[in-house]
Design a protein around this ligand. Structure first.
Ligand code: ADP
Ligand code: MG
Length: 585
């Protein structure tokens, strides 16, 4: 292998004079300790390397060893249920708050069972066996996307280490490849699919404001910009727990170690609400906290996308949560700065935008090489400095995501959670999901959604006016609009992540709540027409019942909605009749 000699070191990056051939993106070993690094720039025989481990002690004159291969990670049955660093090396200290690179539990062993026989023609990405873990979790073993051919031999059922070859395949030109239960794949190369599919259905999250107003597509991309403490991490964790994905890849990228520790302590204890098993069984956590090497943070985001694609290729729906892409961008900025590149907007390198595009491009719903359908949905938090959404990471991300969930400081300060601002947020896909909602028994979803959004929009306009002339000076019709908008906020958009009953709302419950609110608005408008003051409507039992319905009506008691509407009609009709009677006398 080629060798290079270091002539300059600056923090996590270095330059070396190559004494053989190197490739861009090649993985290298640096110095006597064999630190993992990657060639990130080349100019003649001068190569620039970013190092993924602590470079203390490295000096000019030390050597760099080429590997001839791109930076890659090992993908296999050992991923689920475990915690890794930014380059997918197992982390020890699962139960403690102190994470450090540790040894892989001796050797990951799985029970292999073949599903093919010698002589079979195997296409790329097809299953050749299954791997069962000690805990009983069964996963398919698929050929890597770049291997196909005739099966020459396959190991008998039994327990093997995941790195030991269990299948031999003869491919084109007679090249024989040994295949283990796990395989290695370069992190920066998206895994191929047979074809992309339309993003025509949402990834259900159980969060009303998202599913009903600003949905994200299954295989779509969403961003969560929000200043410090506005609830990005809580929202990502809520999504990880409740969204309808088969596999969760949670990337803690450059956030403080103690925040990550909360997640790491929490997750293994949590039950998967849908299967009753441990949530961790279908979760992969990648932690590259702020105390870990900064260059590894840059790679971690691609690494997480590669892991997500690996499970997508098994025909699964995968959700990748990244907290936060701003810390990733800061790593990019630091590395770029150390190489002396010309800084662009906000000090970030000019290629910030295209790197963000590369990441979000990896979201898709797709037909896999083996003919299954799987998806990767990407959800990235953004922490704009001083909560300023016009900064570069937020504004560039906006170009690539289709769902944008802006967290609002004022809402968070008022402890209105989730603090997603309904006027700053959007979903460009929403109307594509009308057919899906119809199948869920909500043919009026588009209309109901429009009604809520219009109401919230009106509210902002009227509140501005009320600040000038005073709320009491507004005409009754406008006071009613404000009242209804507040009701939609309190009863529908607000949803506590910590409430047993309300932290998750099924599409059916969301639909029933939307209908009940819409019905109330109709009745209230009719009452207004009959001369009832909005303030009297706010004092009704119906109004209070709607305000509390999230807490009061649980998933398994949806029939309570049946009684709610007639009771509302009766109460409001009673007001109207009373008022007409009063007029008549
Ligand atoms: P960020 O990651 O944006 O800095 P966090 O997610 O850590 O913010 O949220 C900060 C605090 O706000 C949390 O510790 C919690 O007390 C509160 N919080 C955030 N979201 C919610 C929520 N959905 N329900 C209840 N409390 C929340
Ligand atoms: Mg956070």
């Amino acid at each position: 292998m080629s060798v290079a000699r270091i002539h300059w070191v600056s923090g996590p990056v270095l330059r070396a004079r190559a004494e053989g051939s190197f490739h861009l993106r090649e993985a290298v070993r640096v110095g006597a300790r064999g630190l993992l690094g990657e060639v990130v720039r080349m100019q003649g025989d001068d190569i620039a390397i970013q190092v993924y481990e602590d470079t203390t002690g490295l000096r000019p004159g030390d050597t760099v060893q080429g590997s001839g291969l791109p930076l890659a990670v090992r993908l296999g049955p050992g991923l689920l249920g475990n915690i890794f660093d930014g380059l997918l090396r197992p982390l020890s200290g699962m139960a403690s708050s102190h994470l450090e690179p540790g040894l892989r539990e001796a050797e990951a062993r799985f029970f292999f069972e073949p599903v093919v026989a010698p002589g079979a023609r195997l296409a790329a990405g097809h299953a050749f066996g299954t791997a069962r873990s000690g805990a009983g979790l069964l996963q398919p073993c698929l050929l890597p996307p770049d291997v196909e051919g005739e099966c020459l031999s396959v190991a008998p059922a039994g327990e093997y280490a995941d790195v030991v070859p269990v299948c031999q395949v003869r491919g084109a030109q007679g090249i024989v490849r040994d295949i283990a239960m796990s395989h290695v794949w370069p992190v920066r190369a998206p895994r191929p699919v047979a074809g992309r599919l339309a993003a025509d259905r949402p990834l259900l999250t159980g969060q009303r404001i998202l599913d009903s107003l600003f949905p994200v597509a299954l295989g779509g991309k969403a961003a969560i910009p929000g200043g410090f403490g506005t609830g990005k991490t809580v929202l990502l964790e809520t999504l990880a727990k409740w969204c309808h994905a088969d596999v969760i890849v949670y990337l803690g990228c450059g956030e403080r170690g103690n925040e990550m520790a909360g997640l790491i302590e929490d997750f293994p204890r949590l039950k998967d609400p849908r299967t009753g098993r441990a949530l961790m069984e279908r979760t992969v956590i990648i932690a590259n906290t702020s105390n870990m090497p900064v260059a590894a943070r840059e790679a971690s985001i691609y690494c997480a996308a590669t892991v997500a694609e690996y499970f997508r290729d098994q025909g699964l729906d995968v959700a990748l949560m990244a907290d936060s892409t701003s810390r990733w961008a800061e790593a990019l900025r630091e590395v770029s700065g150390r190489f002396g590149e010309l800084p662009g907007e906000g000090g970030y390198p000019a290629y910030l935008s295209s790197r963000l595009a590369d990441f979000y491009e990896r979201a898709a719903r797709a037909r896999t090489l083996s003919g299954a359908v799987g998806s990767v949905t990407l959800i990235g938090a953004i922490s704009p400095p001083a909560g300023d959404f016009s900064e570069p990471v937020t504004s560039h991300t906006k170009r690539y995501v289709r769902s944008y969930w802006a967290l609002d400081v004022r809402r968070a300060q008022a402890r209105f959670y989730p603090a997603i601002h309904p006027l700053l947020s959007y979903s460009e896909n929403a109307l594509d999901f009308a057919a899906w909602w119809r199948e869920q028994g909500n043919p009026d979803w588009v209309e109901l959604r429009r009604r809520f959004l219009t109401l919230l929009d009106e509210q902002a306009r009227l509140e501005r006016m009320a600040r000038i002339i005073g709320k009491d000076a507004l005409p009754a019709r406008q006071r009613l609009t404000l009242l209804c908008a507040e009701l939609v906020n309190d009863a529908f958009l607000r949803q506590s992540a910590f409430s047993e009953t309300d932290r998750y709302a099924s599409p059916r419950r969301q639909t029933r709540m939307m209908r009940a609110l819409s019905r109330f608005i109709d009745l209230a408008e009719r009452a207004l027409g009959a001369g009832i003051e909005p303030e009297r409507l706010a004092a009704t039992a119906s109004f209070r019942r709607l305000q509390r319905m999230g807490e009061d009506i649980s998933e398994d008691a949806l029939e309570q909605f049946d009684a709610l509407e007639p009771a509302m009609e009766q109460e409001l009709a009673g007001l109207t009749a009373g008022s007409e009677a009063a007029h008549a006398t």
